[in-house]
Design a protein around this ligand. Sequence first.
Ligand code: NAP
Length: 478
Amino acid sequence: MSYATINPYNNEVVKEYPYATDEALQEALTTGHALYQRTKKQPIAERAKILHNVAAKLRDYSDELARTCTIDMGKLLRESEGEVELCAIIADWFADHGEDLLKPEVVDTIATGAAEIHHQATGIVMMVEPWNFPYYQIMRVFAPNFMVGNPMILKHAANTPASAQLFADIVKAAGAPDGALTNLFLSYDQVTEAIEDKRVQGVALTGSERGGTAVAEAAGKNLKKNTMELGGMDPFVVLGDANMDDVIDIAWRARLYNTGQVCTSSKRFIVMDNVYDQFVEALKDKFSKVVPGDPLDPNTSLAPMNTKRAKEKLQKQLDEAIKAGANVAYGNEPIDLPGQFFMPTILTDIDKNNPAYAEEMFGPIAAVYKVHSEAEAIELANDNPYGLGGIVFAGDEDHGAEVAAQIETGMVFVNNFMVTLPELPFGGVKLSGYGREMSHIGALAFTNEQLIVKTAKPNLDNVAGGLVATDPVPANQK
Ligand code: NAP
């Protein structure tokens, strides 16, 4: 699929973008590699200054960024504005903390001398990003790696080219050197070509299993370190003693935010039997109140999905789920607007043989399950190929945290909406991928942990605990 902005609210083809030429890719690799040679020797504080400028520029251009993103992929303007501010927060945080996160670590060792681990840049990182948070997905990789000194080449989603280019332009306008972030409209083959190039040393992808498998395969084949941030079917567990006002207030948002197109959307509501009916009724009520319309209009509360293809795929999944026995408790009716609107829908009675039981539905469909014990809730939460995030609502937050610890995902929030912030690691297990973005863990995703052991004088008597410095000449032959 070639790159184009097609406004999903009115289906207008706003602009089409040609693929990058092979020469442009080679030029980006050359420029990026030259930059890496310089950043290796540059004090990190210089990059912190530029990253703070990036944050300031994002705030200065917030209106344009938000509009561009909304027209590219349809999300509500206020959500786009929130995303821009989140990006600025991430940039500021890594600018403030990068030096500390990357400072050499002293190793307590019995080796002779002083040992330190230095977190060094490694070279160009190829990043492949999805459309659902056009700026935030870039920033999760950009901010830490910019501080590290790794140049980056960006291949963004085919349907968010304007957002991708605007973000890269803003980074440049903030004073980042050429090659720090090069946005290219690459084909899949060109992504593979970049991964094969010896100047590329890291590969970061956020996306689906489809994209993740292809890109991880190319990275693995070329022995390139990679992080994979993939899909999710996050459980939202409601225990019998949870505060139901809080549950309802959060549940509908956790499913409908960004029109349900979030990796960490709550896709499976696992509800204890004593509050199940109340939960379903309240969710129906909340879902029935959203107002579809122009995402640029502040009165709209249900935005279109990002593309026609995404809407058609979701409808097909819903039809198959119903055919396999799922009950539609609410929704599944057309919305009489020309854009890619999908009515919020609630499914119940999904059994283990239903494809909906283990397939991510990337849109406003909530699957609700009734359980009869906490153990059953945990078992159901874990009986899933994905392991990204989750939410647990419990009367007591400490007990909620005990339940959270038994859920096999990368992130669980107790009695609250999921949040993402630069200091919190983001990522999952199982088919949700591996590695973490953001936080101190994400800062080191593409660094060389270089060990340096220094001493004034060698000491061949100290041979314990390491590679033994044996004397090649036996004593009786000297
Ligand atoms: P996708 O199809 O995998 O696309 C993601 C990116 O990968 C796009 O830039 C896409 O380019 C590219 N891509 C796909 N196949 C490729 C290949 N063979 N070679 C090179 N690049 C390739 O994902 P999506 O369906 O648009 O995005 C939604 C998915 O992302 C959901 O599953 C969601 O849960 C997941 N997600 C995960 C996280 C997380 O942090 N874990 C966050 C957000 C979203 P094109 O657009 O050109 O196809």
